[in-house]
Design a protein around this ligand. Structure first.
Ligand code: SF4
Length: 428
């Protein structure tokens, strides 16, 4: 979501981009507040720019995103060299805020949730990139006790089908082959009588668009209609990211997640019965207040039973303003760290095993470009969102190619390109 917002900022400002703040007339820091570490990162970035602002007083320094939404005016007090604070729903006001700072020579804060969202903008597209995000939703109506999102991004607001199609079509015209629809609980999207499964089918009609992904899904909002759409529409990728957060019913209740472990396992069964090769990834929080060894073991047993294709796991991070920050039965950091290491090591074994099980299979890979580590290697992704590297030429960027998998690692697969089902040899 932050990446998407950063692209929106780039597009709205229409300025030449530089990664070097020393050359910039305007420096914008787009922030994340999901964990405490992300907050700290934003504060230290702001601190580091103090001397530059002193040397270049006309440079405009703005901070946006979730940290800006959370602290608002207080950021101006703590960082006297800061010019603009804008929130998660006031991004479109940024060009005007910059002009006003220049004109009126005063600092600005705009973090209201009441500003009408404007989606009419030219989507930013980096030359040669074949994948892009399209936001279908802002905010969240769920009340997970640990989560800051409803506070910093507001209530769920869904975007119209017309808007989503317009933005996607523009991106496809610029060379994008794969779109990832994003929202905090993307599968709860509904608008004008349409549900998320309908949206996937409508999107699939777009000519020139090869693949559709979506993230992040909320378990309770997985419907038969959605499962049917994934199964029936060839452009929809066979991957769902479905955060479970814990395998203990006691902890799930404390987290306010509205489902039980049994219910979650059942929904996965329904997905896998309909789409046997569906890749399923998840998020897990360890060390949530009150988590006992038994609760943690329940999570480990869930991992063993379900065999996720991958997990994103983190230690609980108390966020200001959330109910969980008041929970007093905290888990000591060393215990949470030990549990996290144990969980990640166990998941690594499962991921490697799953990746190695693809060896010998022919996968359809969307070619994204040359590998960052070695330009003689080409990189792409399977429908299951696995990275595949093979020797080849990037003139096939943006195309769907068949690749036979030869090796499986922790984070990627290696393979050989096929042409008419025959291997293509390349001299490296
Ligand atoms: S569903 Fe996700 S975004 Fe919404 S409150 Fe829960 S964790 Fe946060």
């Amino acid at each position: 979501m932050n990446e998407y917002d950063s692209d929106k900022i780039r597009s709205l400002l229409g300025m030449e981009l530089t990664n070097d703040p020393k050359k910039a007339d305007v420096v914008i820091i787009n922030t994340c507040a999901i964990r405490e570490k992300a907050d700290q990162k934003a504060f230290s970035s702001l601190g580091r720019l103090k001397h530059l602002k002193f040397r270049k007083p006309n440079m405009i320094l703005g901070v946006g995103g979730c940290v800006a939404q959370l602290y608002g005016e207080r950021l101006l007090e703590n960082f006297p060299h800061l010019d603009i604070v804008f929130g998660t729903r006031t991004i479109t006001l940024l060009p005007e805020l910059i002009s006003r700072v220049e004109r009126e020579k005063r600092r600005m804060v705009e973090t209201s949730f009441d500003v009408e969202e404007v989606f009419e903008f030219e989507p930013y597209h980096e030359e040669g990139k074949v994948t892009a995000f399209v936001s279908v939703q802002q905010g969240c109506n769920k009340m997970c006790s640990y989560c800051i999102v409803p506070l910093v991004r507001g209530q769920e607001t869904n975007r119209s089908v017309e808007d989503i199609l317009r933005e996607t079509q523009k991106l496809v015209q610029k060379g994008v082959s794969e779109i990832t629809l994003i929202g905090q609980t993307v599968n709860s999207w509904k608008m004008g009588g349409y549900k998320f499964g309908d949206l996937l089918k409508i999107m699939a009609e777009i000519e020139g668009l090869f693949r559709i992904r979506f993230t992040t899904s909320y378990p309770r909002d997985v419907t038969k209609k959605l499962i049917d759409a994934i199964r029936e529409v060839p452009k929809v990728c066979h991957h769902i990211h479905l955060p479970v957060q814990s395998g203990s019913n006691r902890i799930l209740t404390k987290m306010g997640r509205t489902y039980t472990r049994e219910w979650y396992i059942d929904i996965l069964k329904r997905i896998r019965d309909a789409i046997p090769d569906m890749a399923i990834t998840t998020d897990i929080i360890v060390g949530f207040p009150g988590e006992t060894e038994e609760d943690f073991n329940d999570t480990m047993r869930l991992l063993k039973e379900v065999e996720f294709d991958g997990t994103f796991s983190f230690k609980f991070s108390p966020r200001p303003g959330t109910p969980a920050v008041e929970f007093i039965d905290i888990v000591y950091d060393e215990i949470a760290s030990r549990r996290l290491m144990e969980l990640q090591a166990f998941q690594s074994e499962i991921t490697v095993k799953k990746n190695q099980s693809r060896v010998g299979q022919i996968e359809e890979v969307l070619i994204e470009g040359e590998s960052k580590n070695d330009p003689s290697w080409v990189t792409g992704r399977t429908s299951h969102n696995r990275v595949v590297n093979f020797l080849g030429m990037i003139d096939i960027r943006g195309k769907l190619e068949r690749v036979i998998i030869t090796e499986g690692f922790q984070n990627s697969l290696r393979g050989r390109l096929l042409e008419n089902n025959l291997e293509v040899s390349h001299v490296s």
